[in-house]
Design a binder for this molecule. Structure first.
Ligand SMILES: *[C@@H]1O[C@H](CO)[C@@H](O)[C@H](O)[C@H]1NC(C)=O
Ligand SMILES: *[C@@H]1O[C@H](CO)[C@@H](O)[C@H](O)[C@H]1NC(C)=O
Length: 730
């Protein structure tokens, strides 16, 4: 029995080499029908020939990557724009040609847009009136009415026009910065407009969140070259530094997905919550938790911030802040303006429910058609988005092109996804996972994400679910570095990140479309990208600006070598998972992570009693024991239960999600072990940590119960003897 499958596995590799791969599916299917157990893979062979990886990586073509990037980056493609819809059609046609089939899934999602004619920010009453830019200076952007002004999606409108002399500099507007200012003057924020800069551990909505309780009216946010560029960078287009006339746009949402349809897809016939109620909540809610930015928020160019700072009075800022800026006008923290000037601000936002498209393309698996391996990226941008989302799109287009060119017929069904409206809070992927939650839990074994797949050309990096670390390393150990063939991708990655031993794979966060797969469905994910070691901040300088364009891309990845390498790696991971019976899985990164969370439990003090802490540790110990046991069976190549254990080692994370974990507002956090800690609590289990941070003692108790239940459920799922884990506890 095993032999049949082994033969198919080997023949598959050969057939691909001969270019007749498509026919293999036909030959293998009759065997599968005659022989009821032949879908058990050969225990001695994982049914995979690495020649296929060689063939694929050799075929990845810089010329095609460049052509696609050029085509993409001529179009303005913000979510629901004409360019976005046209791009969706382009992708459907491409995938219809390259894959078995492709189509669009449409959702009706609320988006927020700026009402440009009603927005202004200016200094008045002085010798000269100073009006802040709404867009980049470049003529091609100024003259294009498709370019939206600088804005933070999901930050509210100003309730009434603001006219104030209280302009305050808040640095990163993180908690430390806010406290320092309060020490100078406890009323400093009352009615103030606060100038904040990106970074400093406070995300877009956090700036307003931190100053609202002290009475602030609105925030302005700029990108300081100190944070966004390297000191030696000349400003773009002379070099890769951030020019003075631009700023990062972006969403300022906490709770991701369409806020009016939590837990359900925004399809025809859906019930929608009243948006006015949500807006009212935003207006009236002062302390955390928030749905999105609780204060109006306006991104401004650093050239404009520089001038505003020069007009501030008030006392001197501290020396640390001076050492952390590239703006030589920073001197005073403000509270009043020179020459009795006033600052006038109006931010006007409109909300519209609009069609957002997810494009899906599939290629059916020849052996395990009901096991899905997905790869995806978003399609929407802020302006032209050569890198965000162009880089990931070209990566995925090249992979789909090569599935056709090399006639790859995977064993598992491969699903290509192009998400809509990611930039507005992962809308497309969240609505999709909400619609298909049950089937994803049942059939999806991996989601690969390639968003900003290259933002530098020095080294590969990844974040991934713990059980996928081994798969990532298998391929990065196998594939060679893009500059030096004597080194592997892993070795370069370790060198550039100064890792002793293996480089670190990050935990899945909330930064891109993998989040709902990880958080709602518990589907294992791998996110890939290429980075630059020298850069101080994690993003590239023109991120979410009008200058994320082809010219900038050529500057950071000359010759498209990072583009090619990341495509090789992403494609190799996809092919390895889709075309083989087995692939490497290792439960130890998960066991280690659980240990690290257990260790921090005492930091929640008496809110979780010693007895409860012991119960949590008993559940986590059962879970770890079952992980180890499953791995032992999987490693035993003669075991009849090898395939069962393999599937368990992939699927267990589906039992670790719970819709009542882990946050009262951010329902996008549902993984009881690996979720973001959002409320400043200790680095232990996320549900407990978040409610600890929010000071909700009663809810902490419920989170303990949820956690124990989920850990037990995962342990029971891993165990070959069902329903027995708790009965066997000592
Ligand atoms: C707005 O929210 C506040 C606080 O939750 C509530 O008291 C008030 O009734 C709400 N107003 C409207 C119009 O819903
Ligand atoms: C694990 O997941 C795969 C793919 O989703 C599915 O086909 C399989 O039935 C699951 N296995 C078990 C044992 O639950």
């Amino acid at each position: 029995m095993g032999k049949v499958v082994k033969w198919v596995g080997i023949a598959f590799g050969t057939a691909v080499a001969l270019g007749i791969g498509v026919t293999i599916g036909w030959f293998s299917k009759p065997d599968a029908i005659e022989d009821p157990v032949s879908d058990l893979p050969d225990p001695e062979n994982d049914g995979f020939d690495f020649k296929l990886i060689d063939e694929f990586t050799n075929a990845v073509d810089k010329k095609f990557l460049e052509q696609e990037t050029e085509h993409l980056s001529t179009k303005i493609r913000w979510a629901t724009s004409q360019g976005d819809y046209e791009m969706a059609d382009y992708i459907i046609n491409k995938w219809k040609d390259q894959l078995d089939d492709a189509w669009s899934l449409d959702y009706q999602i609320v988006h927020s847009y700026p009402e440009e004619e009603n927005c202004y920010a200016r200094l008045v009453g002085g010798a000269k009136e100073f009006t802040l830019r709404k867009k980049e200076d470049a003529e091609e952007l100024q003259n294009d009415d498709q370019v939206l002004m600088f804005y933070n999606a999901w930050a509210p409108s100003t309730e009434a026009p603001i006219s104030t002399s209280k302009l305050v500099y808040g640095h990163y507007c993180n908690e430390d910065n806010v406290n320092w200012l309060l020490d100078q003057d406890s009323d400093i924020f009352d009615g103030a407009v606060v100038i904040c800069k990106y970074g400093g551990g406070a995300g877009r909505p956090d700036k307003g969140k931190n100053v609202k309780p002290h009475g602030a009216a609105a925030v302005l946010i700029f990108s300081d070259p100190y944070d966004a560029s390297d000191p030696s960078d000349k400003d773009f287009p002379e070099g890769p530094g951030i020019p003075e006339d631009t700023v990062q746009r972006g969403s300022a949402k906490y709770k991701r997905g369409d806020p009016t349809s939590p837990g359900y897809p925004s399809i025809d016939g859906a019930y929608f919550d009243d948006l006015e109620d949500l807006l009212n909540y935003t207006r009236t809610q002062v302390e955390s938790p928030h749905i999105w930015a609780p204060l109006p928020s306006q991104p401004i160019a650093w050239g404009d911030a520089k001038y505003l700072l020069s007009q501030l009075e008030g006392g001197p800022v501290n020396s640390e802040w001076i050492s952390e800026t590239a703006l030589d006008t920073l001197e005073n923290f403000g509270g009043s303006l020179k020459d009795n000037q006033m600052f006038e601000l109006q931010i006007a936002v409109k909300y519209e429910r609009k069609k957002s498209q997810d494009v899906i393309g599939i290629i059916e698996g020849s052996e395990y058609p009901d096991e899905y391996v997905l790869i995806g990226n978003h399609r929407d941008t802020w302006v032209k988005g050569a890198i965000d989302a162009g880089a990931g799109m070209t990566t995925i287009f090249e992979i789909s092109r090569l599935f056709k060119e090399l006639e790859i017929r995977p064993k598992r069904t491969v699903v290509f996804c192009s998400w809509g409206s990611e930039e507005h809070g992962l809308m497309g992927s969240i609505e999709f996972t909400e619609e298909f939650l049950a089937v994803l839990k049942e059939r999806a074994i991996l989601y690969v994400n390639a968003d900003v797949s290259f933002k530098g050309n020095e080294y590969f990096y990844s974040s991934a679910s713990q059980q996928m670390h081994e798969l990532v390393f298998e391929l990065t150990d196998y594939i060679k570095d893009h500059n030096d063939e004597s080194m592997t991708v892993t070795e370069r990655w370790a060198e550039k990140t100064e890792a002793t031993g293996r480089p670190t794979i990050g935990n899945p966060g909330l930064g891109s479309d993998y989040a709902p797969f990880h958080q709602f469905a518990g589907v294992p994910i791998v996110d890939v990208g290429f980075n630059q070691k020298t850069r101080k901040v994690s993003q590239y300088s023109t991120y979410h600006t009008g200058y994320d364009n082809l010219e900038y891309l050529h500057m950071i990845d000359p010759g498209f070598s990072a583009a090619k390498k990341v495509t090789e790696i992403a494609g190799a991971i996809l092919i390895r998972a889709a075309c083989s019976d087995y692939f490497p899985v290792d439960p130890s990164p998960m066991a280690d992570y659980v240990d690290s969370l257990d260790e921090k439990l005492p930091e929640v003090g008496s809110e979780v009693s010693t007895e409860q802490q012991n119960l949590i540790k008993r559940a986590s110990a059962s879970f770890k024991n079952q992980l180890r046991a499953a791995k032992q069976i999987y490693d035993d190549s003669d075991s009849m239960d090898k395939k069962r254990s393999f599937m368990r080692l992939l699927n267990y994370s589906k039992y670790l999600t719970d819709q009542n974990c882990c946050h009262p507002i951010q329902h996008d956090l549902q993984n009881v072990v690996v979720s973001s800690r959002q409320e400043g609590g200790p680095a232990t289990y996320p549900g407990i940590s978040n409610y600890f941070g929010l000071g909700d003692k009663e809810e902490i108790q419920r989170q303990v119960g949820i956690l124990i239940t989920r850990l037990n459920a995962a342990a029971d799922y891993l165990n070959l003897k069902p329903f027995s884990v708790r009965a066997n506890e000592l």
